[in-house]
Design a protein around this ligand. Structure first.
Ligand code: NAG
Length: 353
């Protein structure tokens, strides 16, 4: 009895000591966090004001021939016949990208939109904008200097899918996480910044497919949707849904002739850029029970077929199947990976598998 008792009190003692040390650490960390957050906050305020360069107010001579020659006889856009008339043509494609509402991403978006117009990309393009705080911010994000007479460039607002409404709080939380992680205290909280892509896509898709007829511009007429990142620019049209274009690309890349159809985008056959994210997710056990095929994906298959990233190109019906799962698997993926921005790439892989 004696030794056990002795042991117990020893443990209690050391526990108490640890607690004391931890709370002291925590207070210290909070203090450091606040001190660090202040200049960050100031910097943010500054960058906010310097961002206010009015876009689109002075339309400098941006001479972009936005009227792309169409494959089809001219049919009024957004008319009932229009959907039918673009099917299987180069206009049958809709590019989407998600972004925040900051001045920084306004300019990124402007570059992307400009590149899209510059190469006379067929179809339409939508900027999904998450988390505008004020009407002013909204108005600033809701514009482009690129001529847009047919509204082929669209803006779509969604809420912010980051947990904190306040930017200052978010900054402080980040600093705390970094400091807390550094002292190896277990925190379950993780920032949700990168959720804007899957959540934003889902919101947009739902809205665009909600109610045909009444919505006109807010209807997804196109059969194919391509999701790109806001920090990309387009060098040439993404028309992989056209077999001859896809084949020409495959040939240019020196692919084997029997593989040409692999880059041909069609329903049930997505095409994406290969990235080196690898097969990590196959070990997480996140595959849902109702998709046994997902759990069967081994390292080799994961490398060969699921190690992908933007541009994500899929048929609209496939997007409608995949995106809810992409959203569903994102929090889990975020827990597993320390590189936050990869989480939503892994969850996309799981959703597709
Ligand atoms: C964005 O601008 C268009 C006109 O260009 C307008 O119809 C629309 O209501 C605006 N949206 C928001 C949310 O301000």
């Amino acid at each position: 009895m004696g030794p056990t008792k002795h042991l117990k009190s020893q443990t209690e003692k050391s526990k108490w000591y640890e607690v004391e040390l931890n709370s002291f650490n925590l207070i210290l960390m909070l203090a450091i966090a606040f001190i660090l957050a202040l200049p960050l906050y100031n910097m943010m305020q500054k960058s906010q004001t310097s961002d206010v360069v009015e876009m689109g107010s002075e339309v400098a001579e941006v001479n972009i021939p936005i009227d792309v020659e169409r494959d089809v006889p001219q049919v009024a856009m957004y008319s009932k016949e229009w959907k039918k008339s673009i099917q299987g043509t180069k206009d049958d494609v809709h590019i989407v990208f998600t972004s925040s509402c900051s001045g920084y991403q306004n300019w990124q978006a402007e570059n992307l939109l400009y590149s899209w117009a510059r190469i006379q990309h067929p179809g339409r393009i939508t900027r999904v904008i998450a988390g505008c705080q004020t009407e002013e911010d909204k108005a600033r994000a809701n514009r482009t200097a690129v001529p847009n007479p047919e509204n082929r460039i669209q803006f779509f607002f969604v809420p912010d899918y980051t947990p904190s409404r306040s930017k200052v709080l978010l900054e402080i939380t980040f600093v705390i996480i970094i400091v807390v992680d550094w002292v190896c205290v277990d925190v379950s909280y993780r920032p949700f910044l990168y959720f804007n892509k899957p959540y934003g896509m889902l919101r947009w898709l739902k809205e665009m497919t909600k109610n045909a007829q009444v919505q006109e511009e807010r209807e997804l007429y196109e059969s194919f949707v391509i999701c790109v990142d806001p920090d990309m620019i387009l060098m040439r049209p993404l028309l992989f849904h056209l077999r001859d274009v896809a084949h020409a690309f495959a040939k240019e890349r020196g692919m084997q002739e029997q593989d040409y159809d692999k880059v041909w985008l069609r329903k049930g056959h997505p095409v994406s850029q290969k990235y080196g994210i690898g097969p990590k997710w196959t070990l997480w056990g996140h595959c849902p029970m109702d998709r046994p095929g997902c759990a069967k994906v081994d390292e080799k298959v994961a490398w060969n077929h699921y190690s992908v990233g933007p541009p994500y190109m899929m048929h609209t019906d496939d997007w409608l199947t995949i995106t809810p799962q992409w959203v569903e698997f994102s929090p889990g993926a975020l827990e597993k990976t320390t590189t936050f921005h990869l989480a939503e790439m892994y969850s996309y892989s799981i959703a597709c598998a």
